[in-house]
Design a protein. Structure first.
Length: 367
């Protein structure tokens, strides 16, 4: 198969769809890989590293799309890319369709086969291609939250871990999945007082067993969240409903409960956000203040640490990429039910039910 790896053009997206090590696994199996010029540069991978493992370098994104049977990238295509995608072409990337009707309609019109990393789901309901970036995003959410609690950044001027004789910051994490768990480890390690809220009691029991003593668990309800907000300095929203829009757990009328300069970090923003007042921001302009509360809602948080993120992502996606390249998308998905769940839009049809239901579009199974 002919595989193309374009350079990401979303604002401050520095990751690349595959490392040279991943490309080497494809070329040694006889596949042709085209990498756009400088696609890996911001992740620390020079063109020469790709050439050394058998890839060919193409000068433009247009050529990369034109030659490839399958495109492997990181983030969803944006408007300048829509016209480059052709019928039957396979796109393997993060899409987050539920957060973007325009993208959904563009991919339907393109006739492409859209395999979304975030909805590949194993029998145990784990999300193998979302986990690595969720680990990065969870850890980074605390770094960024701590940064924007600083007074020069608009925060209330509190040190996350405090110092002897001074109480540390209080952190509320909404959602006890991969993002929330990694955020809790980071916040706890810095010495904050951490509370994780979730509706899954089995998960809360598990977290209470593995977390350090400065982490407590709480059943997630509107009442409990409202009770916590007046004494909370940093809220991290990390709620996920696979393939669907995130629920709003903090509404605008709750913001006055928090002290001015408190920080909300919405990791769920690429699925629509779990705070009513969230809207997507970028790494170049990551925050805005509303009703005195600092909002951080960058949709591609791991893009700020592209070396770590690209390595972690390729580790997870490579076995699936090899299967798609070797068997073609239909056979690979028939052989692997987990991969088949990644099919969101196929040749003009919506093939993921949550997306179809959300936008009121017809749903048709892909296979």
């Amino acid at each position: 198969m002919i595989i193309g790896i374009p350079k990401e053009i979303k604002n401050n997206e520095n990751r690349v769809g595959m490392t040279p090590a991943g490309v080497a696994e494809l070329t040694r199996r006889g596949h042709q890989v085209y990498v756009q010029h400088e696609a890996g540069q911001n992740s620390g991978f020079a063109d020469e590293a790709y050439v050394a493992v058998g890839a060919a370098i193409l000068p433009t994104i247009e050529e990369t799309y034109a030659r490839a049977e399958m495109i492997v990238k990181v983030k969803e295509p944006i408007a300048p890319e829509y016209g480059l995608i052709r019928p039957g072409q396979v796109l393997f990337t993060y899409f987050h369709f539920a957060a973007d009707r325009t993208l959904t309609e563009a991919m339907l019109k393109s006739g492409a086969v859209c395999l979304a990393y975030e909805t590949v789901e194993k029998a145990d309901h784990s999300l193998p291609l979302l986990i690595p970036m969720s680990e990065v995003a969870g850890r980074m959410s605390v770094q960024e939250g701590a940064r924007f609690l600083e007074r020069p950044q608009g925060g209330k001027g509190i040190l996350l871990g405090g110092v002897p004789g001074v109480r540390p910051a209080r952190v509320l994490i909404l959602g006890g999945g991969t993002v929330g768990t990694n955020a809790a480890w980071m916040a706890a390690g810095l010495g904050a007082e951490v509370t994780i809220a979730d509706i899954n009691l089995d998960r809360l029991r598990y977290l209470s067993e593995i977390m350090p003593k400065n982490v407590t668990t709480l059943y997630s309800s509107s009442h409990n969240i409202r009770t916590e907000l007046p004494t909370t300095d940093l809220v991290i929203g990390s709620v996920l409903i696979p393939g669907d829009k995130a629920p709003h757990l903090i509404t605008r009328d709750m913001l006055p409960l928090m002290k001015p300069g408190s920080v909300l970090v919405d990791v769920a923003i690429d699925q629509g956000g779990c705070f009513e007042t969230s809207h997507p921001t970028t790494h170049s302009e990551p925050v805005y203040t509303l009703d005195g509360i600092v909002h951080y809602a960058v949709a591609n948080i791991p893009g700020a640490v592209p070396y770590t993120s690209t390595l972690a992502l390729t580790n997870a996606t490579l076995p699936y990429t090899i299967a798609l390249a070797g068997k073609g998308w239909k056979q690979a998905c028939q052989d692997d039910p987990a991969l088949a769940l990644g099919l969101n839009v196929v040749e003009g049809k919506v093939t993921y039910k949550a997306v179809a239901d959300l936008f009121g579009l017809p749903y048709e199974p892909a296979l």
